[in-house]
Design a protein around this ligand. Structure first.
Ligand SMILES: [Zn+2]
Length: 401
């Protein structure tokens, strides 16, 4: 014998997905007879009308439309989509919360939602779920930065007034390794008494939060219902806004100039779209929200007509009509708000990925992109319900079982 034995590393076989049609996440056309070749976690070829090469294991997804894995820009894995998510969370210890977060993330993944941005966990519990092969790609905000007693203060992100303390909170989040800073720039429905119609944080505090986050390379998105809260966030230079309802004590406003600033600055509008129709019939939205929905939808349509970048951030987890796979139901709702079927699909694929800072890796079926792929039975562009008929899901190249 001379030298070491020869080790033969057999290269893992490549996988070829064959379907009936494909929406690539960007192009306004459905491509017939797609062939997508995966090598490990990446897409290495996207073709149409060709036969798979011999070195590929072929997955024939008969009759399926292939789409990029969906991207939900606003979820709460720690809320369990029960009728009392806040109380249920409060009674659970960290181990139990993590177990329920894993279940929530798997619910999303099985539905083809291969990336989720968690905009509010408890005490940074979502950080430990990132990078797991059995879960979607997870981006974490940690507990939202909020005022003392403010919206979602019980998640662990409440800070005393003042520029110094809000800056310290951003620094602490950054040092723990969050992907994005989420702030509560107004009150919210889930926290009674916090006043949706009022801004939270002063203009100076909001500016300090955004400046510190940007200095550390982190984007900021602001939960904002009250017009004054939206205005503070816009003036501070946030990257995204959540809800954006322009909520007042007795209705909804339409502040055209502020809307124009949102458009001009390219701030992403996270529309709280998506409701499970069956569960909605059992447990509808709170009455103060229900009466405002037509005006909120009209504002959304208006901002889209003005050219706003809009994504569907579902707020999955906050109640029975918001299960963790509810993003599929945002698709028809975005069309109802005025988008074409292609644009509505873009809002939950390529546009959402870009809004999350993942535009070069997610949300498209193209060479070099992550192999996050959803195969559904039928054509969702002509039949929105097809998005619910999942035939297969691939997350970073691995088929989800
Ligand atoms: Zn939320």
């Amino acid at each position: 014998m001379n030298g070491a034995p020869v080790l033969v590393h057999e290269r893992p076989r490549r996988t070829a997905l064959v379907g009936a049609a494909m929406f690539d996440g960007v192009t306004g056309a459905v491509h017939p007879s797609p062939l997508i070749i995966l090598d490990g976690s990446r897409i290495v070829a996207v073709e149409t009308g060709t036969t798979p090469p011999d070195d590929c294991e072929v997955h024939d997804l008969d009759g399926a439309t292939l789409l990029p894995g969906l991207v939900d820009t606003h979820v709460h894995l720690a809320f369990d989509a029960s009728d009392a998510p806040v109380a249920r969370l409060a009674e659970r210890d960290d181990d139990a919360v993590v177990a329920s977060m894993i279940e929530a993330a798997r619910t999303a993944l099985r539905a083809g939602i291969t990336t989720v941005r968690d905009l509010g966990d408890r005490d940074h519990l979502s950080l430990q779920l990132r990078g797991r092969p059995d879960l979607p790609t997870i981006l974490s905000a940690g507990p939202p930065i909020t005022t003392l007693g403010g919206h979602c203060h019980y998640l662990g992100g409440a800070v005393p007034d003042g520029v110094k303390s809000v800056t310290a909170a951003v620094r602490d989040h950054a040092e723990r390794g969050v992907d994005v800073i989420k702030i509560m720039a107004s009150g919210g429905v889930l926290t009674p008494g916090t006043h949706q119609e009022l801004a939270r944080f002063t203009a100076e505090e909001t500016k300090a939060i955004v400046a510190e986050a940007h200095r550390r390379g982190l984007p900021v998105t602001a939960h904002a219902h009250a017009t004054a809260g939206v205005a503070n966030a816009v003036a501070a230079g946030v990257d995204g806004l959540e809800h954006v309802t322009f909520w007042t004590a007795d209705g909804i406003e339409t502040p055209i100039e502020l809307m124009q600033q949102i458009v001009d600055r390219g701030i992403v509008v996270g529309a709280t779209a998506g409701l499970d129709p069956v569960k909605l019939a059992i447990s509808g939205p709170p009455p103060e929200l229900a009466t405002r929905v037509p005006a909120i939808m009209a504002n959304l349509r208006r901002m889209m007509e003005m050219g706003a970048i809009v994504v569907a951030g579902t707020d999955a987890g906050i109640g029975p009509p918001k299960p963790h796979d509810v993003l599929r139901h945002a698709f028809p709702m975005m069309q109802a708000a005025g988008l074409s079927p292609y644009d509505a699909l873009r809002t939950i694929t390529s546009v959402a990925a870009t809004a999350c800072g993942l535009g070069a890796a997610k949300g498209r079926l193209a060479v070099g992109y992550d192999a996050d792929i959803l195969a559904v039975d039928g054509d969702p562009l002509t039949d929105p319900a097809a998005l619910l008929r999942v035939q297969a899901v691939y997350a970073r190249g691995a088929r989800v079982r």
